[in-house]
Design a binder for this molecule. Structure first.
Ligand SMILES: [Zn+2]
Length: 160
C-alpha cells in the first residue's frame, strides 16, 4: 500500500509541474494588453502609477517620455474603469491630445468593448460572491459550494 501511495504522490507532483495554473494577469497588465490591441502606440509606453501633475484628471498621456500617468487612487478602480482609462490614454498616444465631440474617442466603441466585457464579468462575480456570503450565513453548504465554483470560474475569466 505504501508503494501505491508513493506512486500516486509522485504522479500528482509530476502533474503539478507539467500543468501549472494559468497565470492570472494583474489588472494593469490586462488593461495595457487590451489597450495595445486597440491602439498601436508609436513608442513603448510605460505606465507610472504614483500620481499626476493635475488633480482634475484620472490619467494623462505624456508624449515627451511616452508615459501614461495614473492617479495614485487607481488601485480603487474596477478592472473595467482601469481598462477604459488605459485604452483612452493609449488612444492619445496615437490620436493626439484632442477629444471627439461625442465623448472621449467615442468614434470607435469597439476599442472599449473588451473593457466592457471585463465589467460584465466583474458585476456577475460580485453578485455571485454576495449570494455565496448569504448562503454561508444561512448555512446552505451545497449552494455555497456551487456558488464558490462559479466564483472561481468567473475569477479565472476575469484574469485570463
Ligand atoms: Zn483624454
Amino acid at each position: 500500500m505504501d508503494g501505491l501511495r508513493t506512486a500516486l504522490i509522485t504522479a500528482l507532483l509530476a502533474l503539478a509541474v507539467l500543468a501549472p495554473a494559468a497565470e492570472a494577469r494583474s489588472p494593469l497588465d490586462q488593461s495595457q494588453r487590451i489597450a495595445a490591441q486597440a491602439y498601436t502606440p508609436p513608442c513603448p509606453i510605460s505606465v507610472q502609477t504614483d500620481g499626476l501633475d493635475s488633480y482634475s484628471n484620472f490619467a494623462e498621456f505624456h508624449p515627451a517620455n511616452c508615459q501614461v500617468r495614473l492617479r495614485s487612487e487607481w488601485t480603487e478602480w474596477t478592472r473595467e474603469e482601469l481598462c477604459l482609462i488605459v485604452v483612452h490614454e493609449y488612444g492619445h498616444s496615437v490620436l493626439g491630445p484632442a477629444h471627439a465631440h461625442e465623448g472621449v474617442m467615442a468614434e470607435d466603441p469597439k476599442k472599449f468593448a473588451p473593457c466592457n466585457r471585463l465589467g460584465a464579468i466583474e458585476r456577475k462575480l460580485s453578485r455571485v460572491r454576495a449570494a455565496q456570503r448569504s448562503a454561508h450565513k444561512r448555512r446552505l453548504r451545497t449552494r455555497e459550494r456551487r456558488l464558490g465554483a462559479t466564483a472561481r470560474r468567473l475569477q479565472r475569466q476575469l484574469t485570463a
